[in-house]
Design a protein around this ligand. Structure first.
Ligand code: GLU
Length: 301
């Protein structure tokens, strides 16, 4: 059920950006909590699981620790009240809800790109939902449910595109910013060595560098860049020629097949019953202005 009109949802999304850019506004805070109240996640109070499974342990504990991004509008962005919002956050709430855990009982942890595998391996988080590309290298240390979305690497430049950057080949001789431990940074290192790559721990620092003229481009997934452009439309522009496929998965402990199967089942149910599309519309979709795409096919590798 669509509770708000699209313009109202735009307003909520841009109010959320205002929080990032200006630090605080009570109006923005109110709208953010309205979004929160709008959550597609319902709590399955009847949930019960076979003893000894991760699902049973989490259900019994009544809490789950989930890693997400805190500086990516539309996917994972920290609200002034200390809770994150975005598409990844909504997907995480749907999974927690099916474990019988209410959104307010989720312990959120910021996972930046480089600490996702170690946080899962050390047991610091139970799940990572953080624009997390499924790939073979990462599958050696963690398992993935999903994908639940497929993004593509793209480039963000200063508004007006003064350097005329249309794709990754145009980065030769230019300074481009990305994030350590991300697939886009690795792709530039491996395949575009003529580009001068600068890395930080989070993308918001790359955006600051583009504003200051320290770098001429920022590269990561198109949907992350779209969120940054929406936060500063006069300053930034998306090139809009994605050149990779980035299937987003939910990271969990390597070898926990029962838990992975469970999360995959929840994802598939949410694709079918409309919760996934509703979550998209209220978060990332409110920024792009595009309706939810067809959900991808879960890969039970
Ligand atoms: N999806 C890519 C990755 O997992 C880039 C986005 C990010 O760094 O979170 O590395």
């Amino acid at each position: 059920m669509r509770l708000t009109s699209r313009p109202a949802r735009y307003a909520a999304a841009f109010a959320a950006f205002g929080v990032v850019l200006t630090g605080c506004s009570s109006e923005a805070g109110n709208q953010a909590s309205e979004q929160e109240a709008d959550s597609s996640a319902s709590v399955n109070t009847e949930a019960s699981f076979e003893a000894g499974t991760t699902m049973a342990e989490l259900n019994e504990a009544g809490t789950i620790t989930i890693g997400t991004k805190y500086d990516q509008p539309g996917f994972g962005l920290l609200n002034p009240d200390g809770t994150p919002e975005g598409f990844d956050v909504e997907i995480a709430k749907i999974v927690a809800g099916e474990l019988g855990i209410a959104p307010e009982d989720i312990t959120w942890t910021e996972t930046v790109s480089a600490n996702r595998e170690p946080f899962i391996q050390n047991g610091q988080v139970d799940l990572v939902v953080a624009t997390y590309t499924i790939n073979d290298t990462r599958k050696q240390s963690v398992d993935f449910a999903g994908p639940y979305y497929v993004a593509g690497q793209d480039i963000m430049v200063a508004a007006g595109n003064p350097e005329g950057i249309e794709g990754p080949d145009d980065l030769a001789g230019k300074t481009v910013c990305s994030v350590e431990g991300s697939t886009p940074a690795q792709n530039i290192r491996d395949n575009y060595p003529q580009a001068n790559l600068v890395t930080y721990d989070v993308y918001s620092k790359c955006a600051d560098d583009l504003t200051n003229g320290n770098v001429q481009a920022v590269t990561t997934d198109n949907v992350i860049l779209t969120g940054l452009v929406a936060g500063n439309p006069d300053g930034f522009e998306l090139v809009g020629n994605p050149f990779t496929e980035e299937p987003y998965g939910i990271g969990l402990a390597l070898g926990d097949t029962e838990f992975r199967d469970f999360v995959n089942d929840v994802l598939e149910d949410s694709f079918e019953d409309g919760r996934w599309a509703e979550a998209w519309d209220r978060t990332a979709g409110a920024i792009t202005g595009e309706d939810a795409p067809e959900p991808p096919t879960v890969d039970r590798y």
